[in-house]
Design a protein around this ligand. Structure first.
Ligand code: TRP
Ligand code: SF4
Length: 429
């Protein structure tokens, strides 16, 4: 909550997630409406796929270590929303990554995934029958891709991106490539083919997003760009089959309705004088599909959204290693109530002062619970905000309200988990 996300965005070239991106989606999710999702890369492509009814995929990975808390719930809430509006959902259980980077055995991570994460995902509303859940260690296609795609990444790039050094072990070094395999495999023919893919993550995952986008692009045979003199150009990136690739591109472009094509063989280029900047994604996708004939993958660069982290109730990071500040989805209502009653709020030093000067909801962990998880209705949330600011709402009562809503949420989840725990294994591929 205290992090400066604007700075982060500017530093890494993440775009602002403004209203034009979510306004036209069907019943936009609260995390999108309320600015919790604050940044993106290429989300326009996903929005346009949704609005035009095209096929698109969403992929997320779960790190099966420790217990699942409210921070983990956010990503899956987003995934469930996107599933409800037509996304083809993939969930990677990152057992190789947990083994490589956190020191868990593959068996331990399997237990965490089967007993903790997946039952909670389904209890939260994920429809398992319309979703692909897999373990990294068991998906040969993902592992093969990781190996093959690694051909276009060198050591300097890995050092610059992840800070690896001479003492980093090989399994750890390889695990970002497995994540790239996760992200890109959904565009293999067998899994649904070339199409827009969304990866919703926290900003800490941006290095992985950049790596997968770079790798996807590096393996393309064409690149479609806006040139310096504001023209749209298609360039062949390889030295093999140049003529055939240019022929093919020309054919596809004229079939798509472009008429003013200028081919400059020496530059391995076709300029499209009747195309505009906004046509680039369409051209890019069109040409991706023809690359297969020449042995390419044609992967489109994955899109991503970035969400804020939820703060722990004690004002520190919400993390499994800080159980006092985290609410776990398997906490009892009493445990959760205790944490909420002890939470750091934006209230005044004394009740009297708070009534006079009002509270600060933007600095309050309890308000954050309402905003991220507990209150769906924007008007109701706004009312809490207003009453807090004016001093007409005080922390004691407010915490009780949050504890009550949290109790309902936890009991509901416990009931749903109980009802289907034994079925979980059935849904794994
Ligand atoms: N690295 C992610 C984490 O630390 C887990 C993960 C694995 C992932 N594969 C992924 C996330 C693919 C997004 C997409 O939590
Ligand atoms: Fe937070 Fe509620 Fe107190 Fe306002 S009244 S500071 S929202 S706990």
């Amino acid at each position: 909550m205290y992090q400066d996300y604007t700075r982060l965005r500017d530093e890494f070239g993440i775009q602002e997630f403004d209203e034009s991106l979510w306004r036209d989606l069907p019943s936009p999710h609260r995390l999108l409406r309320r600015g919790v999702v604050f940044g993106h890369r290429d989300f326009e492509i996903i929005r346009d796929a949704v609005l035009s009814g095209k096929s698109w995929a969403i992929l997320t990975g779960l790190m099966p270590s420790g217990r699942m808390h409210l921070g983990h719930k956010m990503v899956i809430d987003e995934v469930i929303y996107y599933q409800s509006i037509g996304a083809d959902v993939f969930i990677a259980v990152a057992d190789i990554e947990a083994f490589a980077t956190r020191g868990y055995s593959l068996e331990e991570t399997r237990e965490f995934a089967l007993n903790e994460y997946i039952p909670n995902y389904i209890a939260l509303g994920l429809k398992p029958e319309r979703c692909h859940i897999y373990f990294q260690s068991e998906n040969q296609d993902v592992k093969d891709l990781a190996y093959i795609l690694g051909k276009k990444v060198n050591w300097s790039q890995m050092v610059a991106t992840y800070g690896f050094d001479g003492s980093t072990n090989m399994t750890h070094i390889f695990s970002p490539l497995i994540q790239t395999g996760d992200i890109l495999h959904v565009q293999l023919e067998k899994y649904g083919g070339i199409r827009p893919t969304l990866v919703p993550v926290g900003v800490d995952q941006d290095p992985h997003i950049r790596l997968s986008r770079d790798i996807a692009q590096a393996h393309r045979l064409y690149s479609t760009i806006l040139t310096r003199d504001n023209k749209i150009g298609v360039f062949v990136k390889t030295d093999r089959d140049v003529k055939k690739l240019l022929d093919d591109a020309e054919k596809e472009l004229s079939l798509a309705g472009f008429e003013k094509l200028r081919r400059i063989t020496d530059y391995k280029a076709i300029y499209i004088d009747d195309a505009e900047k906004m046509d680039i994604p369409r051209i890019n996708e069109l040409l991706a599909k023809t690359e297969k004939k020449f042995g390419g993958y044609g992967f489109l660069q994955p899109s991503a959204t970035f969400h804020r982290f939820i703060t722990g109730l004690d004002g520190e990071k919400m993390s499994s290693s800080n159980p006092g500040g985290a609410i776990f989805l398997t906490d009892s209502p009493e445990e959760a109530r205790k944490k909420i009653m002890n939470a750091k709020t934006g209230g005044g030093v004394s009740l009297e002062e708070q009534k006079k000067k009002g509270g600060k909801p933007e600095k309050c962990m309890v308000y954050e619970l309402f905003l991220y998880h507990l209150i769906e209705d924007d008007k109701e949330l706004e009312k809490i905000y207003r009453l807090c600011r004016s001093g007409d709402r005080v922390c004691g009562e407010c915490k009780k309200h949050a504890a009550m809503l949290m109790e309902q949420l936890l009991l509901d989840l416990a009931e749903k988990r109980g009802a289907m725990r034994d079925e979980t294994k059935l849904y794994l591929q």
